[in-house]
Design a protein around this ligand. Structure first.
Ligand SMILES: *[C@@H]1O[C@H](CO)[C@@H](O)[C@H](O)[C@H]1NC(C)=O
Ligand SMILES: *[C@@H]1O[C@H](CO)[C@@H](O)[C@H](O)[C@H]1NC(C)=O
Length: 173
């Protein structure tokens, strides 16, 4: 009987441990374009947004924030991105402060919805790194602020698991 109980205890511990381990570890929020925000680029420097994007490593769950006035943000298909076609966006916002979550492993294509702005360079491709091309240097050469969802190192994870476990065990066992 004592043996059965200790098997249950170990199993329960494992369940708690692996549940906690699958939590998102660390998510970042990036302000698009850095301090200048989401604006029509200067005419001699029309690649600012894709230059900005190439300096960052976006991961699943990260968010990007667009700050702008008298403008808008659209997420569109690759084809509509290339043609600056704003007629059928997947996503549209013109609140001046738009947060967009990168929730798929795919490229995201953004354009301004204001006539003429995309053509002048106000467009952006964000590529979310797949697990295969992760490297340890997550984040943040420019303009990222960490949003800590939960950042358990493995030693902390054991401690937290033990705490949750002892709570669950006191209820269940
Ligand atoms: C663009 O023009 C501005 C003002 O004339 C200048 O300060 C800036 O260095 C130029 N940028 C590039 C990338 O040439
Ligand atoms: C934009 O896309 C729509 C829908 O496919 C199409 O009818 C329209 O001609 C396109 N406009 C431009 C400027 O490409």
């Amino acid at each position: 009987m004592a043996f059965i109980n200790s098997v249950r205890v170990v199993l329960l511990f494992c369940v708690v441990f692996f549940c906690l381990q699958s939590l998102p570890v660390l998510c970042f929020e990036y302000q698009v374009g850095g301090p200048r925000g989401w604006v029509v680029p200067p005419s001699n420097d029309s690649k600012i947004y894709n230059d900005w994007a190439s300096q960052n490593r976006f991961q699943l769950g990260d968010t990007i924030r667009f700050k702008y006035s008298k403008d808008s943000v659209m997420e569109v298909t690759e084809e509509d991105y290339k043609n600056c076609n704003s007629s059928r966006p997947n996503f549209f916002s013109n609140t001046g402060n738009t947060v967009f979550k990168l929730d798929h492993y795919r490229p995201f294509y953004f354009i301004s919805g204001v006539s003429g702005h995309c053509e002048r360079g106000q467009h952006l491709i964000i590529k979310v790194k797949t697990p295969a091309d992760q490297s340890p240097s997550h984040g943040a050469k420019s303009s990222a602020s960490p949003l800590v969802v939960s950042s358990f190192g493995s030693s902390k994870l054991v401690v937290v698991s033990l705490l949750v476990f002892s709570f669950v065990a006191s209820v269940v066992v």
